[in-house]
Design a protein around this ligand. Structure first.
Ligand code: MSP
Length: 502
């Protein structure tokens, strides 16, 4: 049977500092989806990377005393290391300074220009250097950027424009025919209303920055960072260089983005693709922000949320679990150390405890095959639907409800007790009864081991390192199809401790 394909992307990050918990958040979310689809047996492509043609990079390189290339080589290495430590299994880490990408940006500019969607003009507007974007007075009340809380600057420059205004009806039609194109739906209305108010053409070139891709039809201009960056989703799957890969994976199944960049992905990006005659992605999903004292966590959040520090204290999986257990994915969530500690201890007390008790009893007493009736209490289909619907917190709640069921089962059945009849005298049947009790215990342990298999498989997109350890100690493959296949009876070896209580 032909496999399904799944293509998921993260935004590409400005490498003006090392990755912080906020950038890790988007990337882990995409990793969860990629791992979930691999588990289902799909062919998956997961793209992440860095957005390098920005003034911020030029400034940071200057500050560090390195030339831009060295600065970028060093910082992207750090990105890859941190993503590696967080167990993020991307297929390509794209950099907008990659050769194939620059070539493609020029190509798409040519195509859109030939289509007649680019013209030369001059632009005057209110610009946020941090967002690299112009805003209207309505979008930025008081002429202060609502994301960075900095004053906007008036800029005037000669520029090429993309005729975004011509795509208003087509975009409204897209949203109407594909009600989930912008998800979650509660974020859609704002975008639709803004598009209904009318679209201004988009300035897509700059003359005040050398660092970037030159317009193929006017070398005095460099391409605006967003027009350049968005096309990474095509380069990433080989649009120019690997036709087979591109045909297989494009269109993207989902672009995961933060709510702050939804406009670029749900308005500008589809309009660019329509102009270039390229198929549109299936969906853009905007998540909320991870906040600290109600402010978006960013570069300046400091040590409290430093990824390496947190990994040292908690390990990777408690962080991954905490980020998606507490807050619904679409909404903002406040970071707090107490909540992280609570979630860490929840993992230890519920999952860690179950696995440790059951595997040590199973190691000592062995298991005996039986029908696992416990598994009926696992809401398997519902959990799958919730993950497909980006409701990670609810999926985790359902998995943990089943862990509770298993812990209660251990308590109830006490599969370590071998006393048969407390006050009866030696009877000819007592050794038979004992045998039966031992066999019952082994069957209870079989049900529990088989249930832990299901739990570890379902948790593997969220806490892959832990699931891997469990699968090695109990002897099963991390594959969705294994959930309903009874586990094979074998000798079990208790594994190492999974979590440390903090
Ligand atoms: N370079 C652009 C994206 C171009 S994509 C074609 C950009 N980069 S960014 O580094 O500023 O942000 C990248 C992503 O990280 C965004 O989706 C943003 O929402 C996300 N996050 C950055 N801080 C965040 C939090 N504190 N919380 C959640 N996500 C956050 O925009």
């Amino acid at each position: 049977m032909a496999k399904n394909k799944y293509y998921v992307t993260t935004p590409i990050y400005y490498p003006s500092g090392k990755p912080h918990l906020g950038s890790a958040y988007t990337t882990i979310a995409a990793d969860i989806l990629a791992r979930w689809h691999k588990l289902l047996g799909d062919d998956v492509f997961f793209l992440t990377g860095t957005d390098e043609h920005t003034k911020k990079v030029v400034k940071e390189a200057e500050k560090s005393g390195k030339n831009i290339d060295t600065y970028l080589t060093d910082i992207t290495k750090i990105f890859k290391e941190v993503f590696g430590e967080l167990n993020i299994g991307y297929d390509r880490f794209i950099r907008t300074s990659d050769k194939d990408h620059k070539k493609f940006v020029q190509h798409i500019l040519e195509v859109v220009n030939k289509k007649g969607d680019i013209y030369k003009g001059s632009y005057e507007g209110y610009y946020c250097h941090e967002c690299e974007a112009y805003y209207t007075e309505r979008e930025a009340p008081g002429l202060v950027c609502s994301v960075h809380e900095k004053n906007l600057e008036v800029l005037k420059e000669e520029s090429y424009f993309f005729k975004l205004s011509e795509y208003q009806d087509k975009l409204l039609d897209l949203y109407k025919k594909n009600p989930d194109f912008i998800s979650p739906v509660y974020r859609k209305n704002e975008i639709v209303n803004r598009v209904k108010e009318g679209l201004k053409d988009l300035s897509i070139s700059r003359t005040d920055i050398d660092w970037g891709v030159r317009l193929p039809f006017d070398k005095a201009h460099t391409c605006y960072v967003w027009f350049d960056a968005l096309t990474n989703y095509l380069t990433g799957v080989g649009v120019l260089e690997d036709k087979k890969l591109f045909k297989k994976f494009w269109r993207a199944n989902v672009h995961i983005v933060g709510k702050d960049i939804l406009w670029f992905h749900s308005v500008i990006w589809p309009a660019m693709l329509m102009s270039a005659g390229i198929e549109l992605p299936e969906k853009v999903y905007a998540h909320g922000w991870l906040t600290l004292k109600d402010k978006k966590i960013g570069k300046s959040a400091g040590n409290a949320t430093d990824i390496n520090e947190l990994i040292k204290r908690f390990g990777v999986d408690p962080i991954r679990y905490f980020l998606f257990k507490v807050t619904p994915f679409g909404e903002d969530g406040e970071y707090s150390e107490e909540t992280l500690i609570d979630r860490n201890n929840e993992l230890a007390n519920k999952l860690g405890n179950l696995v440790s008790r059951v595997s040590s009893l199973a190691e000592k007493n062995g298991i005996e095959k039986t029908n696992n009736l416990l598994l009926k209490k696992l809401k398997l289909k519902q959990i799958g639907k919730l993950i497909d619907n980006f409701e990670f917190d609810k999926a985790l709640n359902d998995i943990f409800a089943f862990i509770d069921v298993c812990n209660e089962y251990v308590q109830d059945k006490k599969p370590w007790e071998t006393k048969v009849q407390e006050d009866s005298e030696e009877s000819p049947d007592s050794s038979k009864l004992l045998e039966e009790k031992i066999s019952q215990n082994k069957k209870v342990l079989y049900e529990l081991v088989d249930s832990i298999k299901a739990i570890a498989i379902l948790l593997s997109p969220f806490i892959p390192g832990t699931s891997e350890k469990i699968s090695q100690s109990l002897g099963f493959k991390l594959d969705y199809k294994e959930i309903e296949k009874p586990i094979i009876v074998r000798k079990i070896k208790k594994g190492e401790n999974l979590f440390n209580r903090v």
